[in-house]
Design a protein around this ligand. Structure first.
Ligand SMILES: NC(=O)c1ccc[n+]([C@@H]2O[C@H](COP(=O)([O-])OP(=O)(O)OC[C@H]3O[C@@H](n4cnc5c(N)ncnc54)[C@H](OP(=O)(O)O)[C@@H]3O)[C@@H](O)[C@H]2O)c1
Length: 281
């Protein structure tokens, strides 16, 4: 059995589906199982990853853990799960990290949190695989409201290019990592092409069949918009520091890992947009 943390979120849910499709039994954590809406057959357990006793119960009897944590608690939660997994004799941990955890020059919060989490996993002694994706294609969903209301996208860093990845490819790689890949490796993942926000908007316009405006805004305006969606100012700062790195070459590098691990090419932003057309109206 595999334990999936963050199972009600975007990547975790896709990992659950991918494992179930291979008839692999899944246990999933949620802070509120009554709202988890996971498929029948999943053993959903209540656990906040800050609660060591709940985590110890969740890892009991599982062979592997898909470890997804978020925000400033990444180091603590990764350590709590990894320590419990070591005590329970878990045979592998696949940690969802961040592409930029591999950029030694990155000192902003999100890669720092993930590097500390990776360290805790390595130090636990449980065999591990680190999955380090670049920016998710689904980050474009944050534009859905202004596309629906104004046929426009307001975003900073117009010249930044990121080799964005389809979340389903991350889940497909994670499923292989949880079941058969050699442990002790770091899998850095990207999509097939580095794209600027304007190029992503052009693709969305062609898929939607109507013109969309791309309007570059200042980083300060983008930060305000994130906060207006209920994100704390400190987390907004961490997200903005990450977004600024779209201007660096590191995030535009295309990695062949998805094809190598899954045996099929990484999905394009065009294919992702077609699949998610309904969100943009
Ligand atoms: N977006 C990007 O471009 C990008 C790129 C690279 C890496 N990443 C990494 O991807 C991860 C986010 O993945 P995602 O977008 O799939 O997440 P998500 O959709 O935001 O889902 C978050 C999940 O975490 C669970 N959760 C939150 N707090 C918890 C707690 N205290 N205890 C237990 N569970 C908790 C939630 O479950 P419940 O609410 O059911 O408890 C939910 O399932 C982060 O580590 C991020 O750094 C993101």
């Amino acid at each position: 059995m595999i334990l999936v943390t963050g199972a009600t979120g975007e990547i975790g849910r896709a990992v659950v589906d991918s494992l179930l499709a291979q008839d692999i039994p899944v246990r999933a954590t949620s802070r509120d199982p009554s709202r988890a809406r996971l498929p029948d057959g999943v053993d959903v357990v209540r656990a906040d990853l800050g609660d060591a006793a709940a985590v110890a119960a969740a890892v009991s009897g599982v062979d592997g853990v898909f470890l997804l944590t978020g925000g400033p608690e990444i180091p603590l939660h990764d350590k709590t799960v990894a320590t419990a997994a070591a005590s329970a004799g878990v045979r592998r941990i696949v940690k969802l990290s961040s592409g930029r955890a591999g950029d030694d020059t990155a000192t902003d919060p999100i890669p720092r949190w993930h590097r500390a989490g990776e360290r805790a996993v390595r130090e636990s002694g449980v065999p591990w695989i680190m999955v380090r994706p670049m920016g998710f294609m689904s980050n474009a969903l944050m534009w859905a409201g202004s596309i629906r209301a104004q046929d426009a996208v307001f975003a900073p860093y117009a010249d930044g290019r990121v080799a964005v990845i389809d979340p389903l490819d991350i889940a497909a790689v994670a499923a292989v990592a949880l079941t058969s890949a050699a442990t002790g490796q770091v899998l850095t993942l990207s999509g097939p092409q580095a794209l600027s926000p304007g190029e992503q908007v052009e693709t969305l316009a062609s898929v939607l069949g109507r013109p969309l405006r791309f309007v570059e805004v200042t980083p300060a305006a983008a930060r305000d918009a994130i906060i207006s969606h209920g994100v704390s100012p400190s987390m907004a700062d961490a997200i903005m520091a990450l977004r600024a790195t779209a201007l660096e070459e590191f995030t535009s590098v295309v990695h062949p890992t998805v094809g190598r691990v899954t045996g099929r090419p990484a999905g394009t932003f065009h294919a992702w947009a077609i699949r998610n057309l309904a969100a943009f109206g």
